[in-house]
Design a protein around this ligand. Structure first.
Ligand SMILES: Cc1cc2nc3c(=O)[nH]c(=O)nc-3n(C[C@H](O)[C@H](O)[C@H](O)COP(=O)(O)O)c2cc1C
Length: 239
């Protein structure tokens, strides 16, 4: 072998080694890119968690706006057996009831309307009465009971925002029934507070339930047809 051949072989070996090392580095990069993507996702959810102080682990994600503007991803939870769906709602002036009826029209299931044993006063008196109820952390009694509550896997829970939170009668509901192992899908109406942190409140009240992305709609907007808005949200949830 002359000197030229030896140099040629050395160059060839260097090229092969460079190729192998280069590929290894590239696949390493891809791997770390994947990991980073995973990391980024986690980071995103952490950001969601950070932006909602005290984010509970069972709150799958948060909807901060109406379905049309909802950019959050939603975990798919196709419910094959519609018989296992229950829609519970409380509605004093009818907005949340309309919302509940649209959900029911779309996906069926059973309904339970929360009604207080002692009816709420009407007009201006309702505001003073309910503020006092909240300040005193009362638990107004609910009429009747939900039959065969244990048979339901997926429970939609709807309410208006009262004094920046859920009406106290909703706390009675969570005191009276154990939602452990169930999937809760909150929905609410409001006049500016959005969901007001109530989905997080539910996640804390029911730590052993899974809370999916809820949907807040302005009460005033319930005067227009919200079917499409609600349909979009439901399909994002896998219904
Ligand atoms: C006593 C009372 C307190 C309310 N407090 C709030 C509130 O803090 N934030 C908000 O956005 N809307 C508030 N609202 C508006 C209701 O959330 C809104 O009108 C809702 O759509 C009513 O739902 P319903 O018709 O199903 O009862 C309040 C309404 C009442 C009657």
């Amino acid at each position: 072998m002359n000197k030229k051949t030896i140099i040629g072989i050395i160059i060839a070996v260097i090229i092969i080694i460079a190729d192998v090392v280069g590929y290894a580095m590239l696949s390493g990069n891809n791997e770390s890119e994947n990991t980073m993507q995973g990391g980024t996702n986690t980071e995103n959810s952490t950001q969601v968690a950070d932006s909602n102080t005290m984010e509970s682990e069972n709150l799958v994600n948060e909807t901060t706006d109406e379905a049309t503007n909802n950019t959050n991803t939603t975990e798919n939870t196709t419910t094959d057996n519609q018989e296992n769906v229950l829609i519970i709602y409380f509605s004093e002036t009818g907005n949340t009831e309309k919302f509940a009826n649209i959900i029911h029209d779309q996906i069926g299931g059973d309904m339970f309307k929360i009604e207080p044993v002692t009816p709420y006063p009407e007009g201006d008196e309702l505001f003073d009465y309910t503020r006092e109820e909240r300040d005193e952390n009362r638990r107004p009694e609910i009429q009747g009971t939900i039959e065969n509550f244990e048979q339901y896997d997926t429970v939609f829970i709807g309410y208006p925002i009262w004094w920046y939170q859920m009406p106290m009668i909703m706390y009675t509901l969570f005191d009276n029934y154990d939602f452990s192992g169930k999937t809760i899908i909150p929905f609410n109406t409001h006049e500016g507070s959005g969901e007001g942190g109530t989905y997080e409140d539910i996640a804390e009240l029911e730590p052993n339930a899974t809370i999916l992305a809820g949907l807040p709609i302005r009460g005033g907007n319930m005067q227009q047809d919200q079917t499409e808005n609600i349909r979009t949200w439901l399909s994002e949830l896998g219904f």
